[in-house]
Write a protein that binds this ligand. Structure first.
Ligand SMILES: Cc1cc2nc3c(=O)[nH]c(=O)nc-3n(C[C@H](O)[C@H](O)[C@H](O)COP(=O)(O)OP(=O)(O)OC[C@H]3O[C@@H](n4cnc5c(N)ncnc54)[C@H](O)[C@@H]3O)c2cc1C
Length: 285
């Protein structure tokens, strides 16, 4: 199929992007890796595509003392290859699993967050780390924590009149370790199920904070505070009972031709125990 007719504009300033979106009938075009297939399948028929690729201020990638800030124009591959990504180890672990290298050369970090595919890696990373998303709209700018940003499958807190202008990922601190694992039918496919973990330990090696985010298991990333589990044990095999129980509660994606809900629960449970143990080991190293 071919896309329905649409107008195309490529403003050079953010104010002009917002003016083009003001009537609510436009759609932001970033890397086009998800939007163009949506248009081609006629699952969406926006009147105007507003290409943000020429807005210079959206192209910034900065590392501060506390956060790495990624502007909406930054492509996934640029972040993957950057020195800045080193300050946020989960980005380095997750980005190679976002589609294929060719897709990442066009797709943007914020485009993936705004698209909010339930099986996408970057929304899970943002959720696990407690990233902050910055949104610009007719009423000015607002900052939204990741846990409030993802509201359902392909649905976020960004309204049609607004633009996601950037995301801030917290820089990893001393005593933090991270884990990432996913199972997909082929490398580059969306995950059947995946997990992202962050574990923090004190000077004595005791776990003080542990987060586990699952993706591909529900309509959005699901983050659980599992600190109490890891205070008892960080042994992968001994964590399995708890992760099995959690899987029953949080994995609610229905079965499909790629796997049943029960299969996804097993994947989640195994990956979660493995990557929590991994993150704890790295945190203590
Ligand atoms: C074959 C294939 C395999 C893929 N595999 C994976 C995978 O394994 N994991 C994964 O995570 N992704 C995967 N993707 C998706 C890919 O990561 C996309 O790049 C990403 O989802 C969207 O980024 P984009 O910059 O291309 O956004 P676009 O396609 O340009 O936009 C996607 C949506 O987000 C909106 N949008 C984009 N930017 C903004 C913004 N700044 N403000 C407001 N709204 C915005 C658009 O309006 C649109 O609705 C795959 C895609 C393909 C085609």
């Amino acid at each position: 199929m071919k896309a329905a007719p649409f107008a195309y504009v490529r403003p050079a300033a953010l104010d002009d992007v917002l003016a083009e979106l003001a009537d609510g009938n436009g759609k932001v075009l970033a890397g086009g890796q998800s939007l163009v297939p949506v248009l081609a399948m006629r699952l969406g028929r926006p009147a105007t595509l507003v290409d943000i690729g020429s807005v210079a201020e959206l192209g910034s990638l900065d590392r501060g003392a506390e956060v790495v800030r990624v502007g909406a124009g930054v492509r996934q591959r640029r972040l993957e290859r950057s020195a800045e990504a080193g300050a946020v180890p989960l980005l380095g672990l997750a980005l190679p699993f976002v589609g294929h290298r060719e897709l990442r050369s066009r797709g943007t970090v914020c485009g993936s967050l705004a698209h909010a595919d339930p099986a996408a890696e970057l929304p899970a990373v943002a959720s696990c780390l407690g990233a902050t998303l910055e949104i610009a709209g007719p009423g000015g700018r607002r900052r939204v924590p990741a846990k409030e940003f993802f509201v359902g499958a392909m649905t976020t807190g960004v309204t049609p009149e607004e633009v996601l202008v950037g995301v801030e990922f917290p820089v990893a601190g001393a005593g933090e370790g991270f884990g990432f694992g996913e199972i997909a039918r082929r490398h580059g496919d969306f995950a059947l199920a995946g997990v992202v973990t962050r574990v923090r330990v004190g000077g004595d090696g005791a776990v003080t904070d542990a987060r586990l985010t699952g993706f591909g298991i529900s309509d959005r990333p699901v983050t659980s505070d599992v600190t109490s589990w890891l205070q008892d044990t960080t042994d992968e095999q001994r964590l399995r009972a708890a992760t099995r129980e959690l899987a029953e509660q949080v994995v609610d994606t229905g079965g499909d031709s790629h796997g049943s809900r029960g299969y996804r629960r097993r994947l989640f449970s195994v990956l979660a125990a493995r990557e929590l143990a991994n993150a704890a080991r790295k945190a203590r190293a």
